[in-house]
Write a protein that binds this ligand. Sequence first.
Ligand code: OAD
Length: 392
Amino acid sequence: MFCPFCAPITFECMNMSKAKSTRDRRIALPGVTRVTRSSINPQDSRRSKPTDSGLVDDLSLMSVSEQQASLARKGKSYQSSKAVLSSSPSGSSVPRGALETISRLMKLGRVRNIVVVAGAGISTGSGIPDFRTPGTGLYANLAKYDIPYPEAIFNIDYFSDNPHPFFSLAKELYPGHHRPNYVHYFIRMLHQKGLLLRMYTQNIDGLEKLCGIPDDKLVEAHGSFATAACHLCYTPYPAEEAKQAIMNGNVPICTFCAGAVKPNVVFFGEDLPEKYFQHAQDFPKADLLMIMGTSLKIEPFASLVNTVKSTVPRLLLNRDPVGPFERRPLRRADYMELGDLSDSVQKLAEILGWHSEIQDLMNSHETGLCSYTDPSNSSGENSDSSETDSMH
Ligand code: OAD
């Protein structure tokens, strides 16, 4: 079946074509509305905010991202806040970079429905390697598993033939050894301020739940270790029993069809969880997209970032430009801060005046977690995250 997301074809793609049986709890991928630049009239978008001259200035700062990216391409280091000058409403020139611009929009109350799109880069600060960073990424360090190519370890057909490489790796990947870091708690703070519409994560480390982002705010697009099922017939299997078998070097076997059971981590060739399709409602509602720590290489997830309206600001926080942020010219409402994610997020928190609040939250939550959390439980049951407060 044609995958609507896979252009250009060089992206890797989760399966869109698996035959559906009545047992299959997942659903077919609906079409995603892609709002193109030509479908939005920039004049209209400006006219809709006539009273906020500062905001108009902000949205017209196309050159912010372009200059930054150009410096990045030339290998020059920079900090976005120092990269450009923009006009203040009073007419004087003041330095304003991506973080200042986005925090200004937030402080003005123009942002109330933030969608966060995240990948492995948000967890490197917790000591978990990402996938594709040369040298340190997981895919550069799989030699001991003797697999034909790195992604085979997460390929469902390869798993069907030989589940042992994945099960060996799974012993290391099972949640329980790592703590959430400042970046996770920043996202939880977005929730507490009543600003987080949804977080879409590709991560399977469970750290979002562990830091207290509640289930209804979180879409684990590539699944998790929290549940397990047969990879052939999808019959559920007790997650803890699957974990014990895997930890003991055994293959958990489905009691219904005798297929190998695996944690419900989404493999290449598998369907994404039903919850993922919530994106069709969420992304059109977003008024700010924060993209953090992902190479945007894996479809269909990567193309989600193209499904917000073209006037919606997109902020990339990453080491390198990725996805649409690699193209020139950048979209007018695109901003990026390149560098270490923890530094960038902390800088943003400082500009917003949230830094000490996040540190307090992190300290109290981590202390609480450490005193009573079962390391094998990544369900976030102990979270106090139902509380939200307002930014304003
Ligand atoms: P990748 O490893 O592909 O990308 C991580 C991105 O984060 C890269 O652009 C890094 O430069 C950046 N990064 C890492 N650490 C950072 C830091 N401290 N500060 C700033 N940037 C940092 O990981 P994902 O995009 O999450 O699929 O990979 C997507 C999917 O590919 C994963 O979900 C996984 C994999 O195959 C499955 O497991 C099924």
